[in-house]
Design a binder for this molecule. Sequence first.
Ligand code: DAH
Length: 339
Amino acid sequence: MQTIKEQFAADLAAAKTAEAVEQVRIKYLGKKGSITTLAKNTDFRSLSAEEKRSFGSRLNELKNYAEEALAAAKETAANAAPAKKSTGLDLTLPGTGRTLGSLHPISLIQMELESIFQGMGFTVVPSPECELEFYNFDAVNIPSDHPAREMQDTYWLKNQMLMRTHTSANQVRTMQRLGVPLRAIFPGRCFRNEAVDPSHENTFYQCEGLVVDKNISVANLIAVMKTLLSEIFHRDVTVRLRPGFFPFVEPGFELDLRCLLCEGEGCSTCHGTGWIELIPCGLIHPKVLECAGVDPTVYSGFAFGAGLTRLAMMKFGIPDIRLLNAGDVRFNEQFPTYV
Ligand code: DAH
């Protein structure tokens, strides 16, 4: 019995799982277990009454001891089980944060302009970056000897098409597609073969606008431009019109904004003039209306070509135009995620 007891204790100590403990129980207390058979195999008839009693009580002791030890071992194994069945999930590790990207300053200003113009009843029209020579030049009254057509300015494509040099290229197509009266803007990317420096890029954004209706005058143009600028800069602005020449408007203007930084005193942003040349515009030239099949004796309109890139630089205080296309995340990350 002593040998069995020692063997049992050693086996149980080695059993770490519930199944292993059960195996130990079967080995000792099962039907053919060594403690069970110990009782069966003993020839009680050959023993004296005294021996019978002593054997019986020692056997009971051994059984009780084994049962209790097994119960305790079973419980220990059960408690240890969850740790063994680990899923690999460690809730004490630091989290992996999710970051949202941010919107490009050009996107921000474009979205803002679109919503301001939509508020004034304008439609936002998509427009192609790759254009026909006709729409980019001829249709907007730029004759074939105009300097804008010279090779150094325009990126020509192999198929006779070109990368549009301005969003005005979409004026006539828009009037043809939508008919008149109309109010539309078409923001987008333009391309010119320019030497790149802090204020010149070969790829930049404009937002063209077009209003055609009966009795449209310069007063309507000024009202729309003032509304636009005061909404963008969240304050009242002062503007002025200077004559400017563009073949597709008559009269043509340069709309200047009184410098928001120095209030007209003169600073480095406005090159000491107190004014910032911001939006070229004018009343649509009759030839352009005619080209789109609109009768200039019945309809008139105004057009403008706001420099989106310029506006973004002013609004966000971006000192170098090259930052916009450089793709440097440290620059891009400084702008908000949403409007
Ligand atoms: N397309 C001209 C440019 O890129 C800008 C412009 C001037 C657009 C006058 C207009 C306008 O619509 O009326 O230089």
